[in-house]
Design a protein around this ligand. Sequence first.
Ligand code: SAM
Length: 259
Amino acid sequence: MATPRLFLDSPLHEGAHIELGKEACHYILTVMRLKGGDQVRIFNGQDGEWLGELGDVSKKTAILAVTRQVREQRKTPDLELLFAPVKKTRTDFIVEKATELGVSIIRPVLTHRTIADKVRVERLMATAREAAEQTERLDLPDVEDAVSLEKVLKDWPEGRVLIFCDEAGDNPGEDWGADAGRAGPLLEVLKTLDPNQPVSLLIGPEGGFDDKERTLLRSLDCVRPVSLGPRILRADTAACAALGVIQAVIGDWSLTPRQ
Ligand code: SAM
């Protein structure tokens, strides 16, 4: 069995002794059935990955002695996922997969056709943490509160590119069509970007974007409308597919596991 991994929000250095909280204890003692003297790998998003040894263990508490560093911290690419929340399990799926695929920021965005009425950020953070522990990441993505599409666009940071996945493709007969920027294949659009430019990806709700949103998005200089091919993908599929292509072309997929 691989040595279990845990995210801990504590400074990690040789000789540190960390008292594990309730959730960590449950995972380590009940789920993984570890005992005093067993090893755990730990990370906190800043100090790389460390080995720790379980000391005193009772039913609900455990002390972990940090012994040595096994990996140095590495920066995750500045890649943000903006997505319109969908049904609960599919939203969880998007957060889990986006974390595995290496995004640094996850932000639910409320569009005109978003159907989810509530976004439970705490729950999404827990999903992201579990995915990061499992996937050998050295950090967690920031999971932000839900915000309206209009507000995101109003506060858009200078120099950041917004890859807008637009299922409507590129109809030159529409207001948002040819005059307002063409929706090119994702791969071709990525090739035109400066590799150091921070990137955000925007995925719409199951009902898609409406024409008002599409017109606004296509009028902005930071926006690159893209197509993900001839099939209309579900929002969760679209997010995974686009993130995979982005990571392969301008992200960190030149690295190998655990690098
Ligand atoms: N109801 C919409 C329709 O039938 O045209 C489909 C919306 S789709 C289920 C959800 C989101 O996934 C879209 O808003 C878009 O961001 C993305 N998406 C799905 N397929 C796509 C494609 N072929 N090209 C670009 N984006 C796509």
